[in-house]
Write a new protein. Structure first.
Length: 293
């Protein structure tokens, strides 16, 4: 992603103007403009230059033909994908399919149970395919036994994260809405952020589910800067209906504008149950590729 931050520039430019520095190197260096009157007019805004997609969205199509799905995604313009299972293909076969279509797979969703039971096998597969992140996507009820349960699972994530780090892979955790439901006077997601080692365990913030829970992503970026390497880009209507990106009410421009603060590096399109999966991801890609912020 382009790292230029529009809000930060506007704040600096306004301050410079107030000091009578409208022709200063600050303004010229940031955007080639001499006065704040020109900040909004003709200024080059940031855009996403890399967009990924969670293949769970296309799970039915993947069951039929993984190569055909990857070819279609490459044609749409996606540069990378995020796996959630390999659909009975070996890691080396998956790597070949990706290479054949000019795609990479920086991330994969892997259940915590698999990481606890067979971490070596999961890490070997990740290395073969080229994953940089292994993401725990969900916690079953057995891991959510009160705040102490969240503290225990956070320690387990730290231990798994340390094993991943030894192989040059980053562990991350993907949220749903339940982590934001108050429990024993605490918010479990906050507990996880406090208990998980900031280097060993990053977060993949699901923008649909945090919004569904009534929480503000920007507030979390303020409180826990640099913790959110990835996000799931999913949209919702005001009534909670999940829709393709750009068809709902989530303000993605404001969220992406805070990418540097959040630590965001990977933007992953997803829709849990689209009517037509390929049409949905194409629509989402087109919206995000054109979005300026």
């Amino acid at each position: 992603m382009h790292l230029f931050n529009r809000r930060r520039f506007i704040g600096h430019a306004a301050a410079a103007s107030a000091l009578g520095l409208s022709g200063s190197s600050l303004l010229l260096g940031c955007a080639g403009k001499k006065t704040t009157a020109h900040i909004e007019e003709g200024m080059k805004l940031a855009k996403l230059d890399k967009i990924s997609v969670q293949l769970y969205t296309l799970r039915n199509e993947m069951q039929v033909s993984v190569p055909n799905v990857l070819a279609s995604l490459s044609e749409i313009g996606f540069d990378s994908v995020e796996f959630a299972g390999y659909f009975d293909n070996s890691p080396s076969a998956i790597r070949t399919m990706l290479d054949d279509n000019g795609l990479t797979a920086p991330s994969v969703h892997t259940p915590i149970e698999a990481m606890l039971e067979s971490a070596e096998q999961q890490l070997e597969a990740a290395s073969t395919i080229g994953h940089n992140y292994i993401i725990v996507p969900w916690l079953n009820d057995s891991f959510r036994n009160g705040i102490d349960g969240y503290k225990r699972v956070s320690e387990q994530l730290n231990q798994i994260g340390a094993k991943c780090a030894e192989e040059g892979i980053q562990l991350a955790y993907h949220n749903h809405a339940f982590e934001f439901e108050e429990l024993e006077g605490r918010i479990p997601y906050d507990v996880m952020l406090e208990e998980c080692d900031a280097d060993l365990v990053k977060m993949q913030l699901d923008l649909f589910w945090i919004t569904e829970a009534g929480k503000d992503p920007l507030a979390y970026f303020d409180r826990y800067p640099g913790r959110f390497d990835l996000c799931h880009v999913k949209d919702r209507m005001a009534d909670g209906t999940m829709v393709s990106v750009g068809q709902g009410v989530i303000d993605f421009a404001s969220i992406f504008d805070a990418s540097a603060q959040a630590g965001l590096r990977h933007y992953v399109v997803e829709h849990d149950n689209p009517e037509d999966a390929m049409t949905s991801v194409r629509s989402s890609y087109d919206y995000l590729a054109a979005l300026e912020f």
